[in-house]
Design a protein around this ligand. Structure first.
Ligand SMILES: Nc1ncnc2c1ncn2[C@@H]1O[C@H](COP(=O)(O)OP(=O)(O)OP(=O)(O)O)[C@@H](O)[C@H]1O
Ligand SMILES: [Mg+2]
Length: 341
């Protein structure tokens, strides 16, 4: 099967004047290379495409694929993660992972929380603030936690995100609003254990791979699984499988959120427990990082005895089963694609 690979690689944007932090969410050359070799080992004929504009050029030039493995995060706009999936749908090309609507609603943490809350999934209350003058809108007790409403990779999540008073929150808001140029979501600070849950499959077929607990080592930035801690995770973070009652509850909540949002093929849900030890939904990552040793999903799969090849194999199998591509003879699909073009 011919598989296209879409991604945003840091190197493709170097020299464009974008600051290093803007590139943080993008993939390293190493991740793409690992992904490519592994998909080849799985018997797929991999064709590197690149980011959304590369994809657009290739589509217009008439190139087609049996399906696309998409890990592009997008560069601009609130729907940036939706751009590649939307373009692929316009050309009727199946792809791995979630559709444009899911990509958009999950990038905005407040929208995602509203939707999961509507499905009865436990998630902390929150407000979205656009200026430091709005702190009076916070109608839950301090301490609170403030972060940009639509970023990833721990961007804007630092020790200063935990604010013990309205005055502290005002300071943090000013800094976050100026730096990230988008509203800030404020929630109660959740003081309990932190979990991230890996999920593979779609809808009723979706299953929890494993629940991983994230514990910070001495020397880490305290209390937050922040950008700095993530970048230096090898020395700062202790990852372990968690299988006790609270962890199982985290797994169930994660799966309920994943299904409520309509995520597909695979994803990772982040949770943190409240003071009563009840895991609360923080966010879902429908395009979870896939660096074999540095990203949470491969790390947690590894802890559960699922190696990188097997993880990617399961993700691809989930996509093929969902789209029916595992049934259709490849030649037929190519002919159909040819007719449509
Ligand atoms: N309400 C909260 N209370 C306590 N800590 C929080 C809260 N919200 C976020 N955090 C901390 O900040 C970290 C990053 O938050 P979150 O997962 O929402 O952001 P992210 O940058 O999108 O993450 P990712 O890198 O997974 O994309 C969490 O893993 C957690 O340690
Ligand atoms: Mg997270």
């Amino acid at each position: 099967m011919r598989v296209g690979l879409t991604y945003d690689m840091r190197d493709d944007y170097r020299g464009t004047g974008l600051p290093e932090e803007a590139l943080a969410e993008f993939d390293s050359a190493e991740t793409i290379a690992e992904l490519e070799t592994t998909l080849r080992r799985l018997g797929l004929d991999v064709d590197r495409i690149g980011h959304v504009r590369h994809l657009a050029q290739r589509l217009v030039a008439g190139d087609r694929w049996d399906f696309v493995f998409n890990i592009a995060e997008g560069l601009k706009g609130r729907a940036r993660e939706a751009q590649v999936p939307a373009l692929l749908e316009a050309y009727d090309i199946p792809y791995v992972f979630s559709d444009p609507l899911v990509m958009s609603v999950t990038l905005d943490k407040a929208v995602a929380k509203r939707l999961v809350r509507d499905h009865g999934v436990p998630t902390a209350p929150f407000v979205v603030l656009e200026s430091a003058a709005e702190v009076a809108a916070v109608d839950f007790p301090y301490p609170v936690f403030a972060k940009p409403v639509a970023e990833g990779t721990g961007k804007g999540c630092t020790a200063a995100s935990r604010c013990a008073s309205p005055a502290e929150l005002r300071r943090t808001l000013r800094r976050l609003l100026a730096r990230y140029d988008q509203p800030v979501i404020v929630e109660p600070f959740l003081p309990g254990r932190e979990f991230t849950v890996g999920i593979v499959g779609t809808g009723a077929e979706a299953k929890v791979l494993a629940v991983m607990e994230i514990a910070l080592r001495p020397g880490a930035e305290a209390g937050v699984y922040s950008y700095e801690n993530k970048e230096q995770c090898e020395s700062r973070v202790a990852y372990g499988l968690a299988q006790d009652g609270e962890a199982r509850q985290a797994g169930e909540t994660a799966l309920a959120a994943y299904r409520a949002l309509g995520c597909r093929d695979a994803g990772r849900v982040d949770l943190r427990s409240d003071a009563a030890g009840v895991p609360q939904f923080l966010e879902v990552n429908p395009v979870a990082g896939l660096h074999p040793t540095h990203s949470d999903l491969p790390i947690l799969a590894g802890l559960a005895g699922i190696n990188y090849d097997q993880l990617l194999g399961r993700i691809v199998a989930a996509c093929l089963a969902r789209t029916g591509l595992d049934q259709a003879p490849v030649v037929t699909r190519r002919a159909a694609a040819g007719r449509a073009a």
